[in-house]
Design a protein around this ligand. Structure first.
Ligand code: GLU
Length: 483
């Protein structure tokens, strides 16, 4: 296939960061829009921080988001021979030199230097290679490296701000700037789309690429285009923190965000669709996406906005789709995928799928996530009403009028026609008899029947619960208030 070749190259840290998910999405959108190829490469060579087995978290989050790749996953740890061969070529061509300085020696010398970083001590010493020598890159003296960036324009890095950086450690491990460039070359990557946090390392890769192009026996490869996506910041305008901000894509899935909503929201982090709309499907994103339109100013990762958008997506579902999407939270025992560490508030025996189907539309209008459904409808399935004690005290236990009203309600509800409309009118009439507006007459009934003061529409819920159950609950509440 001709056309652009892009890659998503995460390091497996155990979860998919929302910033990485956004980078993955933008690569995917670019590939799909240009008829290019989207490659997944797992950069798992940092033995201290990465574990190859953690890459399953990345692929399953990508599958959930619908970001399918055309090639890979390639594990960088299986490409070590290529990295080593390129390092040898760079050494043979004089781009790398051996260095036997210890950290202590360097620090000692630096005390007398104005400029921080390695001082080039071994540059011309012709140190013989051994298991104690690292290989450093000979950063060109003077001049600049320019990173042509499709989002930011040319970004210029003066060489004197770079020390002769280590490319191969003394233990033989080839480091990120070379490994990354070698793999991008061999995978024929044409566009490198990734987060702005990596921009400071980009000149090193450009230098590696350039040096490899001038090594004997190595085929020159055109430099790729770069596009560094804007930083994601929290509401304090600080870079998202792994520890303080909710950054794991998996946790949004666990909470009951829809994949479509998540993808739509991620797309808005640095890009915007045409016109005055924010809710756009994947096809529209693919049709409209242009790297050149991506902004370079930091993008606010706003969980409230994401929640709001998810609610809108939930309301766009048909009731059938909503019921289906809710299964992992309402009937986890039957679901192929389940939220991590989650238990439904009811047992399989207590849950009634047919009743849930009837109840679903009542909560579809009210929830922001699928994970909020269970608490809102648990009173339908639990024999013991889950009372909110504060609400019970306020609206029933310490309110004599309310207790009298509940007693009358038990009478009235015993014989009225059992529909939401009639129950509404009957409650209104009861209220009038006690000199209460509907909101007030409804409160003790709601608390007795559902346990709380918030939730799905009361009269529809009562209709679905049935006369016997509602009257049983009203009686139980009156008895409880008298205890
Ligand atoms: N593996 C690097 C990381 O996850 C990024 C590589 C890249 O996109 O060039 O930070």
């Amino acid at each position: 296939m001709t056309g652009p070749r892009v890659r998503f190259a995460p390091s497996p840290t155990g979860f998919l960061h929302v910033g990485s998910a956004r980078a993955s999405l933008f690569n995917w959108l670019f590939a799909r829009q240009t008829g290019g190829t989207f490659i997944l490469r797992i950069e798992d060579t940092d033995a201290e921080r990465n574990r190859p087995e953690w890459f399953g978290a990345i692929t399953s989050a990508m599958t959930w988001l619908g970001l399918d790749y055309d090639e890979g996953p390639f594990l960088q740890s299986e490409l070590l021979a290529d990295h080593a061969a390129s390092a040898e070529a760079l050494f043979a061509n004089g781009y790398l030199y051996a260095c036997d300085c210890t950290r202590e020696e360097i620090d000692e010398r630096l005390k007398h230097h104005a400029k921080p970083g390695y001082d080039g001590y071994c540059r011309d010493r012709q140190v013989a290679r051994s298991e104690r020598t690292a290989l450093r890159f000979r950063v060109p003296e003077g001049g600049v490296t320019v990173v042509p960036d499709l989002i930011r324009g040319d970004v210029t890095f003066p060489h004197d701000s770079y020390e002769d950086f280590i490319v191969v450690r003394s233990n033989g491990v080839v480091l990120y700037p070379l490994a990354n460039a070698v793999d991008d070359r061999s995978m024929k990557i044409t566009h490198i789309i990734r987060g702005e946090d990596l921009l400071p390392t980009t000149p090193k890769q450009v230098m590696m690429w350039e040096a490899l192009n001038h090594c004997d026996g190595i085929e020159p490869v055109d430099h790729p285009h770069y596009a560094h996506l804007p930083l994601l910041v929290n509401d304090q305008r600080k870079k998202l923190s792994k520890r303080k901000d909710p950054v794991a894509v998996e946790s949004y899935r666990d909470q009951g965000y829809l994949s479509d909503a998540m993808v739509n929201y991620l797309a808005l982090l640095g890009w915007s669709p045409k016109g005055d709309v924010e809710i756009v499907g994947r096809d529209t994103m693919i049709a409209q996406f242009r790297l050149e339109d991506v902004s370079h100013s930091p993008a606010l990762f706003d969980v409230k906005k994401l929640l709001h958008m998810n609610g809108e997506y939930l309301r766009m579902l048909t009731t059938e789709q909503f019921v289906e999407a809710a299964q992992p939270w309402v009937a986890p025992w039957g679901s192929e995928w389940r939220p991590t560490n989650y238990e439904a508030p009811w047992t399989e025996r207590q849950f009634d799928p047919a009743l849930f189907r009837q109840v679903a539309h009542l909560v579809q209008e009210r929830v922001g996530t699928l994970g909020e459904i269970a608490a809102m409808v648990s009173f339908f399935f639990l024999d013991d009403v889950p009372y909110d004690e504060a609400a019970f005290d306020k609206t029933i236990r310490h309110d004599e009028v309310a207790k009298a009203l509940l007693a009358s309600a038990i009478e009235t509800f015993g014989s009225v026609e059992w529909t939401a409309v009639v129950l509404h009118d009957a409650t209104l009439a009861l209220g009038t008899a006690f000199d209460l507006v509907l909101r007030k007459s409804q409160a003790p009934i709601r608390c007795a029947v559902t346990g709380t003061l918030v939730g799905p529409p009361l009269f529809e819920s009562m209709e679905l619960l049935g006369r016997d159950e509602v009257i049983r609950r009203l009686r139980a509440a009156v008895a409880r208030a008298g205890e």
